[in-house]
Design a protein around this ligand. Structure first.
Ligand code: GDP
Length: 205
């Protein structure tokens, strides 16, 4: 059983240049359109209600927020520390013409050049799985990621779908994870998937 036993806010950076130095390649980046439930998920995963601000104002946060997060493998008593990175919500523009228009250039640069990033977590509202902006983000990530980086797609607010709709979504996106922060469903799985990827990286170094 893997748990997140500690999480604390480190700093906010307005741009890539101000990002904190990282010793290890252990950053987990969370990205989503505004209002998809990123803050709620960060709070639920870390069991820390006020860690990330839950806001009903789309696009309010424009800073990159950093959190130090401690994982504990209860079977082996092994601890692992990672950085969770909360990127500003994208999709302010009404029509998503291209990533560059929708998302500040320095964010795309960040994603492409920050070698410390090990996992990209792309959150998608389960009720809108086919938005152009999300397809663009996914394509951008697929083009950009290096060999040692991973993309995890997570559908949020799964409590909004009935069983039949959930099954259909699962069939269509067999590799994606599903989560409900409000009903606390799917948390353990996400924590374990993140831990397992980071652990392999730590062991290899
Ligand atoms: P963010 O902008 O991506 O950080 O999204 P927030 O975490 O601020 O959530 C946006 C809205 O969605 C808020 O009103 C949350 O209460 C709601 N929300 C977040 N997660 C869930 C969930 O799992 N289920 C439901 N039903 N609502 C959620």
């Amino acid at each position: 059983m893997i748990d997140i036993v500690d999480a604390k806010f480190i700093t906010s950076a307005p741009n890539v240049g101000a990002a904190p130095e990282a010793q290890e390649q252990n950053e987990v980046v969370f990205m989503a359109r505004s209002n998809v439930g990123k803050s709620s998920l960060l709070n639920a995963l870390t069991n820390h209600k006020g860690l990330a601000k839950v806001s009903s104002t789309p696009g309010k946060t424009k800073l990159i927020n950093y959190f130090d997060v401690t994982f504990l493998d209860r079977d082996t008593s092994t601890k692992l520390i990672a950085k969770f990175v909360d990127l500003p919500g994208f999709g302010y523009a009404k029509v998503a013409k291209s990533m560059k228009h929708d998302w500040e250039k320095n964010l795309t640069d960040y994603i492409a050049n920050r070698e410390e990033i090990k996992i990209f977590i792309h959150l998608i509202d389960c009720r809108h799985p086919h938005l152009e902006i999300d397809t663009e983000v996914n394509d951008f990530l697929l083009q950009t990621i290096q060999e040692n980086q991973y993309i995890i797609q997570i559908f949020t607010k799964i409590d909004k779908l009935n069983q039949k709709e959930q099954s259909a979504l699962r069939r269509e996106f067999p590799n994606a994870l599903m989560v409900s922060s409000s009903k606390k469903r799917g948390m353990n799985k996400i924590v374990k998937v993140i831990y397992d990827i980071l652990k392999v990286n730590v062991d290899a170094n």
